[in-house]
Ligand binder design. Structure first.
Ligand code: ZN
Length: 178
């Protein structure tokens, strides 16, 4: 069984860092990807970006159905076309207990590399388009709270503050121990 990684939570500064392009698709990368899938399943997520597990590389994994056959991996993904608009509620594994309304494009095309190093173009609509935009934001250091509607931003303010406080406390405690 593959190892499960810890998911970094807000406001860990690694979540704000822009990830580096992957230079080569090799065995090490495939190992990272399978660990990312196990981590995502363990947390009941539909998508996960490498920076969320402290890996500063442009890698995203997702699986909207949860069936192994539907596993998808995108290396160095970028949105190359976007149309339409939609608003829906979103959550994020790096923001436990927080969700809010986020406006996204309803139809996108993503260019990326697959796990064989081949170029792929993936059209996505609705829920899939939402998952992909959310995960691609992660590799750019952008978080879903940045895109929440003003009303949702206000509604989650206290919960964000609580995450900031408990993170600050954890940092102080680990500093005291070392
Ligand atoms: Zn997320």
């Amino acid at each position: 069984m593959a190892e499960i990684l810890q998911i970094l939570t807000y406001p860990n500064p690694l979540l704000r860092r822009r990830a580096a392009e992957v230079e080569e698709v090799d065995t090490a990368l495939r190992d990272i990807v399978s660990t990312m899938f196990e981590t995502m399943y363990a947390h009941k997520g539909v998508g996960l970006a490498a920076p969320q597990v402290g890996i500063g590389r442009k890698i995203i994994v997702f699986n909207p159905s949860g069936e192994r056959a539907d596993e998808q991996v995108l290396i160095n993904p970028a949105v190359i076309d976007r149309r339409g608009a939609m608003e829906a509620e979103e959550g994020c594994l790096s923001f436990p207990g927080i969700c809010g309304i986020v406006r996204r494009n309803s139809n996108i095309v993503v260019a990326a590399y697959d796990l064989d190093g081949g170029e792929v173009e993936i059209p996505a609509a609705d829920f899939m388009a939402r998952v992909l935009q959310h995960e691609i934001d992660h590799v750019e250091g952008m978080l879903f709270v940045d895109r929440m509607t003003p009303e949702s931003r206000i509604a989650v303010r206290e919960a964000l503050k609580a995450l900031e406080d408990s993170y600050g406390k954890a940092v102080v405690e680990s500093g005291e121990r070392s």
